[in-house]
Design a protein around this ligand. Structure first.
Ligand SMILES: Cc1cc2nc3c(=O)[nH]c(=O)nc-3n(C[C@H](O)[C@H](O)[C@H](O)COP(=O)(O)O)c2cc1C
Length: 176
């Protein structure tokens, strides 16, 4: 058992001399199915801002922390941090068009003609989402070309609607 462990570490040390390319990491991560969310905030100027995010996960139950990773190149990056909080809408299976809109449309017109309401904090929630969380920013951790936003969850809710799933670059549903 001990020998196997030593061999494993030796292989690992050789493997970590280089780093994988961003392209190969992206390609491998595409095989990891995720849900799809819209992370949105009311900017300090009052306008709704938001983007499609699949780097969402729960972190801690006590206190209730979640995280999302926002790229430094994202137009919403600074505005969400300055807003001090955000709402997360977990998109339902019927909301693929919303996911595409919040990834591709110019930021200024993303909320046009979208049915949205407000979390208790006032941050935007997409109506018809299968779940939502209302967070204040607990901590921002710089990590490579993204910032990890740790969100302290103040309120959340959800239903039993099938969720949107992102896998191998394709959006499907938990219903199959
Ligand atoms: C399925 C999917 C998941 C995405 N996840 C993230 C993510 O976790 N973090 C991120 O910064 N961008 C993510 N993006 C890309 C942003 O949605 C996209 O770059 C968007 O245009 C950024 O908007 P902004 O520049 O107005 O902030 C994702 C896009 C798609 C389609």
């Amino acid at each position: 058992m001990g020998k196997l462990r030593v061999d494993y570490l030796k292989d690992r040390d050789e493997a970590v001399e280089g780093v994988a390319s961003g392209a190969s990491l992206r390609s491998v991560m595409a095989s990891f199915p995720t849900g799809v969310t819209v992370v949105a905030a009311r900017s300090n100027g009052g306008e709704p801002i938001g983007l499609t995010v699949n780097s969402f996960t729960s972190v801690s139950l006590e206190p209730p922390l979640v995280l999302v990773c926002i790229g430094h190149g994202s137009n919403s990056h600074d505005a969400i941090i300055e807003a001090g909080g955000f709402a997360i809408s977990v998109l339902s299976a019927a909301q693929e068009a919303v996911a595409i809109r919040f990834a591709k449309r110019p930021s200024e017109s993303r909320f046009d003609d979208v049915d949205w309401g407000e979390a208790p904090s006032g941050h935007p929630v997409i109506n018809g989402a299968s779940a939502w969380l209302d967070c204040t920013i607990h901590e921002v951790i710089e990590a490579g070309d993204h910032s990890i936003l740790l969100g302290l969850t103040h309120a959340c809710g959800g239903g039993s609607d099938p969720a949107l799933v992102f896998h191998q670059g394709v959006m499907t549903s938990t219903e199959g």
